[in-house]
Design a protein around this ligand. Structure first.
Ligand SMILES: Nc1ncnc2c1ncn2[C@@H]1O[C@H](COP(=O)(O)OP(=O)(O)OP(=O)(O)O)[C@@H](O)[C@H]1O
Ligand SMILES: [Mg+2]
Length: 148
């Protein structure tokens, strides 16, 4: 069982203007573990894709903006980030995670969001239920710097 040393939770409306806020908030929080710049940029990229998916796919256009809940937890050497929506859900998670699979080709989506998450994070877990929502859990191992 991992011992968390700190956490934060926030809920924001699923609006595209919140995408950069969400990734900035998470990366500012994780900064306390003193990650490498390259790791921080991986975290930002993965969070950005997960949050963008909530904004673009989870809620029907025209509806009132739904919610995105973000929880970040850190242990001494790991960051766990959970991005959750209460939207339409994903019917076939395995298919959705295949590179280049998209349900919105007409909107110039390339179907690479999950592929980016998988390449940036050490672990990606997706759970989803139709009309209940989707939860993406990202784990990052924060390399400890050598003390000289
Ligand atoms: N939060 C979500 N709610 C509902 N469906 C989702 C969610 N996240 C992803 N999906 C589904 O999974 C598919 C694949 O997601 P992925 O992020 O890999 O590609 P994309 O969003 O379509 O394109 P890109 O991320 O390259 O712009 C989406 O097209 C969508 O059908
Ligand atoms: Mg996407």
């Amino acid at each position: 069982m991992m011992k968390y040393i700190n956490y934060f939770k926030m809920t924001i409306p699923a609006l595209s203007r919140n995408e950069s806020f969400a990734r900035t908030a998470v990366s500012a929080f994780v900064t306390q573990l003193d990650p490498l710049v390259s790791q921080l940029s991986d975290i930002r990229a993965a969070v950005s894709e997960a949050v963008t998916n909530c904004i673009v796919h989870a809620y029907k256009e025209g509806d009132k903006a739904g919610k995105i809940s973000i929880t970040a937890r850190i242990s001494e050497d790991r960051a766990y980030i959970r991005i959750k929506d209460n939207g339409c859900g994903i019917e076939d998670i395995k298919q959705a995670m295949e590179p280049l699979f998209t349900t919105k080709p007409e909107e110039e989506r390339s179907g690479l969001g999950f592929a980016v998450m998988e390449s940036c994070a050490d672990k990606v877990k997706v759970s989803s239920k139709k009309n209940k929502g989707t939860t993406v859990s990202l784990t990052f191992i924060i390399e400890q710097r050598e003390v000289l």
